[in-house]
Design a protein around this ligand. Structure first.
Ligand code: PHE
Length: 345
């Protein structure tokens, strides 16, 4: 019986060693250690032994059983560890693989132009002002020295909601509103926003576009202040070597009024296709705030003076980025818009 037991032990240990996975190992456990297994059988057969053999054999069977159980548990632990390692191997991440590309957007070219101009003026102590896009006739025209029936209204025909309510044609009504609200205080504002005109859309015209209005009111504000300010603006937007030139013009709300040209950033003033061979590019309208406008807003035009200017954001963006059709800004074509990604800081 002792020999039988040793043989059995050898057999089980071999089976344990051979078991390739947890399932096979469990089968070995059931087959040999289970209720119907040979070891249990041996224990059951103990009754047939003599009284002095019984404890000896009992101890032997127990030792074998303990040994086998210990081996089995060791193998289980081994296989479990191997399984975990295999799983880790499977799930491991190759950090050198290229990652999934996250598409991030970029600022719209018009937003960039507006923000660049805002930054410049905020740095010079200006505040940013806003006003409604649906505007009263009074602020869009009358308070700007454009009474009903004034011929200059023709150049700024717009969309009317009622006789008195319209889509603003420029950001200048924010001038009138700010002056009225400040009740005689000095003013330094920059006002970006959407404006609307009854224009047929083509490569250079749009029924909706963006303007940036500037307004300064104070004592002794002179034309030279306007010129100096616009010079800083032109250099910031088009490069330090740029120069500006003022040409006489007409706006009902400024006197004198000027058109402002900047020396061509493409050819430096030699003459090229961008500046139509003139060396100069018109970028904005400006002037000294008309005394009537000051008086209507409650300022004493004998005591204070001011300047104002209005820039088209699209025009600046077209010149700066070489865009040949204004409609590109509004069609939301990502092939166009994503080109401005590169230049983002
Ligand atoms: N509001 C004018 C326009 O839209 C531009 C302008 C603004 C001119 C301020 C002079 C002063 O044409």
């Amino acid at each position: 019986m002792e020999q039988q037991l040793t043989q059995l032990e050898q057999e089980v240990l071999t089976k344990i060693a051979e078991a390739a996975d947890l399932k096979a190992l469990n089968e070995v456990r059931v087959a040999y250690l289970g209720k119907k297994g040979p070891i249990t059988d041996l224990l059951k057969g103990m009754g047939k032994l003599s009284a002095e053999e019984r404890p000896k054999m009992g101890a032997l069977v127990n030792t074998v059983r303990e040994n086998v159980t210990a081996q089995l548990e060791q193998k289980v632990a081994l296989l479990e560890e191997a399984a975990i390692l295999a799983q880790l191997e499977n799930e491991s991440i190759d950090v050198t693989l290229p990652g999934a590309q996250v598409r991030i957007g970029n600022r719209h070219p018009l937003t960039r132009v507006v923000e660049e101009i805002e930054d410049l003026f905020v740095g010079m102590g200006y505040e940013i002002a806003e006003g409604p896009e649906v505007e009263r006739d009074y602020y869009n025209f009358e308070a700007l020295n454009l009474p009903k029936g004034h011929p200059a209204r023709d150049m700024q025909d717009t969309f009317y909601i009622t006789e008195e309510l319209l889509l603003r044609t420029h950001t200048s009504p924010v001038q009138a509103r700010t002056m009225e609200a400040k009740k005689g205080e000095h003013i330094r504002i920059i006002c970006p926003g959407k404006v609307f005109r009854r224009d047929a859309d083509d490569a250079t015209h749009s029924h909706q576009f963006m303007q940036i209005e500037g307004l300064v009111i104070g004592e002794n504000i002179r034309m030279s202040d306007l010129k100096g300010t616009l010079d800083v603006l032109a250099k910031k937007m088009f490069g330090a070597e740029r120069e500006i030139r003022l040409r006489p013009s007409f706006f009902p709300f400024t006197e004198p009024s000027v058109e402002v040209d900047v020396s061509c950033h493409k050819c430096g003033g030699e003459g090229c296709n961008v500046c139509k061979k003139t060396g100069w590019i018109e970028i904005l309208g400006a002037g000294m705030v008309h005394p009537n406008v000051l008086e209507m807003a409650g300022y004493d035009s004998k005591k204070v003076s001011g300047f104002a200017f209005g820039i088209g954001a699209e025009r600046i963006a077209m010149l700066k980025y070489g865009v040949d059709d204004i409609r590109h800004f509004y069609t939301n074509d990502t092939r166009f818009l994503s080109q401005f990604h590169q230049a983002e800081v």
